[in-house]
Design a protein around this ligand. Structure first.
Ligand code: CUA
Length: 292
């Protein structure tokens, strides 16, 4: 029986086509190279994250622990998707490389499209819901009433911290009185009685295990308050007072850095946060009050 009777004309054309094109099929090298490159990319990325090469220091708040848990969960889910997608891409590049075959048009699969769109939606919305507790505790819940209130003022390129002093009240500030060289970087109004006992310092000191509320301000451009160990990062915006709060549970010195590109000196804009015991904190306040 002749071959042409067994196969439809179309299929026959394809077989012929395959035969003739076999001679001018492309080189396999680019697709093999790209697939290997993708596999290496996946291996290196997984290694960097799994070996904790750029891991942050451990958190010093309970919310920080929750945030780490949420971060890891997100990393596992998106990591699995990343590995599958990249290796799948490598496989497709190898499998469908130029073998001299004729290119075929495909309309794709509606079922597959709906399926992975749904999986993506469920994953993202699910992660959002799972993380909302930690986020809400930090951002949507006001600081407790017994919080230690400290004002943080950012300016190019320093942090200045103000404690309300014995009266528990922040004194009046007058922008026209701002004069850092003369020792009044915040523009404290000396005529306001509440101003007189305010403590102004360049390093933040907070007591351990007590809720602390920071009031973020900026005198010029947008800066940022970021302490890795607090897992807390917030912009300071001119014209606004932005409250953030936390309770640190480990004594130590932690670096505060500005993460907004705020000018030429941005790279060196930093300060420190000392978490100290309650007696040490009282001593600090007393000492500073005597110095002001
Ligand atoms: Cu301030 Cu960067």
């Amino acid at each position: 029986m002749r071959l042409s009777r067994l196969l439809s004309a179309d299929a026959l054309a394809r077989v012929k086509c395959r035969r003739t094109d076999r001679h001018n099929r492309g080189s396999a090298a680019p697709s093999v190279l790209l697939a290997v490159l993708l596999a290496v990319l996946v291996a290196v990325t997984v290694y960097i994250l799994a070996a904790h090469i750029y891991a942050p220091p451990p958190p010093i708040t309970s919310v920080g622990l929750q945030i780490d848990r949420q971060y890891n969960l997100t990393l596992y889910i998106t990591g699995a998707a990343f590995i599958l997608a990249q290796l799948g891409l490598g496989f497709a590049i190898l499998r469908f490389r130029d073998r001299g075959q004729r290119a075929q048009f495909t309309r794709g699969s509606t079922v597959a499209e709906v399926l992975w769109a749904s999986i993506t939606i469920i994953a993202f919305v699910g992660l959002g819901i799972a993380g909302s507790k930690a986020w809400g505790e930090m951002r949507f819940t006001p600081a407790s009433r017994d919080s230690v209130q400290i004002e943080v003022t950012t300016t190019q390129f320093v942090y200045t911290f103000r404690y309300p002093g014995a009266d528990g009240k922040f004194g009046r500030l007058d922008p026209s009185l701002v004069n850092a060289p003369a020792g009044n970087p915040l523009g404290l109004d000396p005529n306001d009685a509440a101003s007189r006992d305010d403590v102004v310092v360049p390093i933040l000191t907070v007591p351990i295990d007590r809720p602390v509320e920071l009031l973020l301000r900026s005198q010029d451009v947008i800066h940022n308050f970021f302490v890795r160990e607090l897992r807390l990062q917030q912009d300071a915006v001119p014209g606004m007072v932005i409250p953030i709060h936390f309770t640190a549970d480990r004594i130590g010195r932690y670096e505060i850095v500005c993460t907004q590109l705020c000018g030429l000196g941005h790279y060196k804009m930093h300060s420190f946060m000392d978490v100290v015991s309650e007696p040490e904190y009282e001593q600090f306040l007393k000492k500073q009050a005597a110095l002001q």
